[in-house]
Design a protein around this ligand. Sequence first.
Ligand code: ZN
Length: 84
Amino acid sequence: MDFKKCNRCGSFYLSDGDVCPKCNTKDTFELSTFKKYIEKHGTDFSINEISQKLGIQVSNLNRYLGYKELSEYAKDFMPSKKNL
Ligand SMILES: [Zn+2]
């Protein structure tokens, strides 16, 4: 087994996933919030704008875009397209 470093709080833990068990509830909640936002509003806003609107850190949003369930949206957030 490997120790993993939590993407949110930086503590080490032993389990599956990108975050520690302590952060898992909040991480799951923010992922679903982000997903609902994209489904409702599309990808017209930049990651930075969505971060401010939803109060979710940019680093976490970028991590969510790497998830399979959001992969179809990820290409719409490519920096080259959204950096104006
Ligand atoms: Zn954590």
